[in-house]
Ligand binder design. Structure first.
Ligand SMILES: *Cc1c(COP(=O)(O)O)cnc(C)c1O
Length: 393
């Protein structure tokens, strides 16, 4: 057996996640492991909850990291809030809305679909129609930032409509948290989940969630047990409750939590609104470079996310070989299209620590070199100038 330590290459991660992890976070992960019931660890967990309330912009007492990736945050919301027989309206405008539907069905709920074209935001008028024709619906679920397409939905408006019809809301904020405006309390979101590896730029594997009192009432008043033992909030809450009261539920991924703590602290030090503004500004620079080459983003301008850019693949470019060359020759990862957009778009992420001026110059320069070499239908020689101009404006 000839096996050596794994030494991964140093890549620049500009796909749909994970994003580049800051050295400060990698360094935090390497600190000594303590017991998960150690009083010092408990203190750090309390600070982590406080920092999470800041990034979610909420006062919700139940705001905590689930010890598993974003998909587990999604399941935490659905298994706790959906009881067998509950009618749930699920808005689908990409891959992740489809997973919400799967979750509802597996919880024994009945799904009412509100479907929008991939690449568009959820249409509030369609949700309103669904609410009007399903007065017995109990929950509305939708994705804020659809990572499969780059579309941003209007959380505030969708939540208002749901509440007007006495529905609770479940919002997927895996890609939005830290990358664009999100205000859980001001917008009235009832249950929300996110992930560490997108705009928080931490390592993958943890899922911050937050539940308000209305959502917790629904959990407390369930007539059936939550079918997942691991994700049952009634049990998890005992582990994440205040100092001195914590009881063993599972062993937290101790060092991964150091990483999350450091990443949230960095976001706090930068300032949440400054982070949102950085994503918007650098999205403008990336877009200027792509458009100078003659490429275009598929999402209408007022529905676009800054942190995930789905761009049409130009004529004459071979999707897989372009991505392969970017990775092998430039150590640069960008994402492929998913589902109906496979082979039609590339997804360029500008998430968290990946969202830096130097990365945009690398990405636009490398794309121009590879596409030009391949004889693809692009305009050459103006893209980097357009990026520089946008960066200095
Ligand atoms: C990445 C992502 C998820 C899943 O997160 P994992 O950490 O991969 O489990 C869920 N929803 C959206 C919108 C995502 O972008």
């Amino acid at each position: 057996m000839d096996i050596q330590s794994f030494n991964p290459p140093v890549r620049t991660l500009m796909g749909p996640g994970p994003s580049d992890v800051h050295p400060r976070i990698l360094e935090a992960l390497a600190r000594p492991t303590v017991g998960h019931l150690d009083p010092t660890f408990g203190g750090m967990m309390e600070q982590t909850k406080e920092l999470l309330r800041y990034v979610f912009q909420t006062k919700n007492a139940l705001t905590m990291p689930v010890s598993a990736p974003g998909s587990a945050g999604m399941e935490t919301c659905f298994v706790n809030l959906v009881e067998p027989g509950d009618k749930v309206i699920v808005c689908i405008n990409g891959v992740f809305g489809g997973r919400m539907k799967e979750n509802v069905e597996r919880c024994g709920g009945t799904v009412v679909l509100v479907e929008d074209e991939w690449g568009r935001a959820v249409d509030p008028a369609k949700l309103e129609d669904a609410l009007a024709s399903n007065p017995d619906a109990k929950i509305v679920a939708f994705v804020h930032a659809e990572t499969s397409t780059g579309a941003c939905s209007d959380v505030k408006t969708l939540v208002e409509l749901a509440h007007k019809h006495d529905c609770l809301t479940i919002v997927d904020a895996v890609t939005s948290l830290g990358g664009c405006e999100l205000r859980v309390d001001d917008w009235g979101v009832d249950a929300i989940y996110s992930g560490t590896q997108k705009c928080l730029s931490c390592t993958p594997g943890i899922s911050p969630v937050s539940f308000n009192e209305a959502a917790l009432d629904k959990v407390r008043n369930r007539t059936s047990k939550v079918q997942s033992w691991f994700l049952d909030l009634n049990l998890v809450m005992g582990y994440w409750s205040g100092e001195g009261k914590r009881t063993y539920h599972h062993t937290a991924p101790v060092n991964a939590m150091y990483g999350l703590h450091e990443s949230l602290l960095m976001l706090h030090q930068e300032g949440l609104e400054n982070a949102w503004a950085r994503h918007t500004k650098l999205h403008g620079a990336l877009r200027a470079g792509l458009e100078a080459m003659g490429m275009s983003l598929i999402v209408p301008e007022d529905e676009r996310l800054p942190q995930l850019n789905a761009v049409s693949i130009p004529e004459g470019a071979d999707d897989a070989s372009v991505r392969g060359r970017l990775l092998n020759e430039f150590n640069l990862e960008i994402g492929a299209g998913l589902g109906t957009l496979a082979g039609k778009v590339w997804r360029i992420g500008l998430m968290g620590h990946s969202c830096r001026a130097e990365n945009i110059l690398l990405c636009v320069g490398a794309l121009e070199a590879v596409l030009g070499d391949m004889g693809a239908d692009i305009t050459k020689g103006t893209a980097l100038g357009a990026v520089q101009q946008a960066l200095s404006s």
